[in-house]
Write a protein that binds this ligand. Structure first.
Ligand code: BES
Ligand code: MN
Ligand code: ZN
Length: 498
């Protein structure tokens, strides 16, 4: 989709379809829709006062202008109640309008961006573009039949009037594009099946990002990881014929900025291993690398946004399969930290590969470590597919994550990490077990991870619920969501040196 900024007013611009927004009646028309209404002899006002268009949230209604305006058609879209309006609703409305236009079969549209409430053109443009690009995302890579029926918007014209407006809209557009393209890349990786998105492919993707954005990269083979002492990662990787990869991507390496480590679970398929999962819905387990996808997306966007930070992205990538070489319940593994773990279930593989990745991240002496993982089914039971489970050992960092969450609409909810929960992981034969009880499963998973970060400020995001969804949301189609990427990017954008 090509999105451009042009200088014009909505009521003057000749186009196939002009997009206009209004709050829910009885709010008066304002901004571009008001100017268009004046030109149109009060037609829109009449529609609204007669109840033909109410301006309810996400309501879309198309009208032909019959030559009354340079635009051939107008799409009226509702913003809902004025006092409930925010950027999250705005992303939803731009998505709904975009979906309407696309499904109607149009390939282009025009929209005049004006300040709304107390939001700047820049903020509005960024969120408009984000909602539009994320809401019209489709995953059609593997569809070969009737490809000509796939509908796509090709061109969008954002109108601004003054130099200042045009500049602000351009800035917002640029950021919105960078962020949305990164999220869509993450979604492609999550939606991609495990026979295509292997650990090797994840490593190649990371290499591509490194090359395009002048980052440093290291991809460790399983044999190298073994030599370094990553007994937990190696144990999981050995069960598969598909070679595991331990990916380390560095942005602004060696610069004076704060260093932040981003760690993403990269299980490209989770069968459960010897503790094999039930076959029902096992296909979903191709999304078990959603944390890795979010980390790659955040790294790419951070670099394109030229954020003044040093970032280390660490992705332990492997399949989790049963085989003659697979690790087994009862096995005792020596982790990179030196601590030993008794394997109770080979299906609790995420925390194992992450333990070595978290220990590895300490080498960079980061100011903060943030890990993202589809770690536990228990988190889905606790919070549903709507919310990220949030854990951490540092109050200011937790607050920053919550602020980023408020801004992006990627919801998080805190769960505790009290010492008492560690009791559940006590082992008779090793330092601790990889599984506790079914009860409090998400917390126990997080407690396990906490043993590998020492005192470093650390956040664990359990994204098992929202990583992929079965029912679409206003600007998130069903399937892989790329969740966590926008949250990370916002957190990094707002990072201030203390
Ligand atoms: N990848 C799964 C977690 C998961 C489950 C993600 C459902 C998305 C949807 C993880 O590796 C896993 O299998 N966790 C186990 C842990 C248990 C053995 C302690 C689980 O949640 O059952
Ligand atoms: Mn598992
Ligand atoms: Zn898993």
């Amino acid at each position: 989709m090509d999105i451009r900024v042009e200088r014009c007013r909505a009521e003057k611009f000749p186009c196939e379809i002009l997009l206009l927004f209004s709050f829910e009646a009885p709010e008066p028309l304002e901004g571009p829709i008001k100017s268009v209404d004046l030109e149109w002899k009060g037609f829109i006002n009449t529609l609204m006062s007669q109840g033909d268009f109410k301006g309810e949230l996400f309501q879309c209604q198309l009208f032909h202008t019959q030559g009354a305006l340079p635009a051939k058609r107008v799409l009226l879209t509702g913003l809902g109640k004025r006092r409930e309006f925010d950027l999250e609703k705005w992303r939803g409305t731009s998505s709904k309008a975009g979906q309407f236009i696309r499904d109607f079969g149009m390939k282009q549209f025009t929209f005049q961006m004006k300040r709304l409430e107390n939001l700047s053109e820049e903020e509005l443009a960024e969120s408009f573009v984000t909602g539009l690009l994320l809401g019209t995302y489709q995953f059609n890579e593997f569809k070969t039949l009737e490809r000509e029926k796939i509908k796509e918007i090709e061109e969008v014209m954002l109108l601004g009037e003054t130099d200042e407006e045009i500049k602000r809209i351009g800035e917002g557009l640029k950021r919105g594009k960078i962020i949305s393209e990164a999220v869509c890349m993450a979604r492609d990786l999550v939606n991609g099946p495990s026979n295509k998105i292997t650990p090797t492919v994840l490593a190649e993707k990371a290499q591509g990002i490194a090359k395009d954005h002048a980052m440093d990269i290291q991809v460790l083979e399983v044999s190298q990881a073994e030599a370094m002492g990553m007994g937990a990662f190696v144990a999981v990787a050995k069960g598969s014929q598909e070679p595991g990869k331990f990916i380390v991507l560095e942005y602004n390496k060696g610069k004076v900025f704060d260093t932040i480590a981003l760690v993403g679970k990269g299980i490209t398929f989770d069968s459960g291993g010897i503790s094999i999962k039930p076959s029902e819905q096992m296909d979903r387990m191709k999304d078990d690398m959603s944390g890795a996808a979010a980390v790659l997306a955040a790294m790419q966007a951070a670099s394109k946004l030229q954020l003044p930070l040093s970032l280390v992205g660490i992705i332990p990538a492997t399949e989790n399969l049963p085989s003659g070489k697979a690790y087994k319940p009862g096995d005792i593994l020596k982790t990179l930290s030196g601590q030993t773990v008794e394997v109770i279930s080979t299906d609790a593989e995420g925390r194992l590969i992450l333990s070595d990745a978290l220990s590895y991240s300490l080498r960079y002496q980061p100011k903060a470590i943030i890990d993202l993982a589809t770690l536990t089914g228990a988190c889905v039971i606790a919070l549903g597919d709507y919310v990220i489970g949030l854990f951490g050992n540092d109050e200011p960092l937790l607050k920053r994550v919550e602020e980023a969450s408020d801004k992006t609409g990627e919801k998080v909810w805190r769960l505790p990490l009290w010492d008492e929960y560690f009791e559940y992981l006590k082992s008779d034969t090793a330092d601790f077990k990889n599984v506790g009880t079914r009860a409090a499963g998400a917390i126990i998973g997080a407690i396990f991870l906490s043993k590998f970060v020492d005192k470093t400020p650390w956040i664990h995001l359990d994204i098992a619920g929202p990583a992929s969804i079965e029912k679409e949301r206003p600007y998130i189609p069903k399937g892989g969501t790329g969740v966590g990427a926008r949250l990370l990017i916002q957190l990094l954008r707002d990072w201030k040196k203390d």
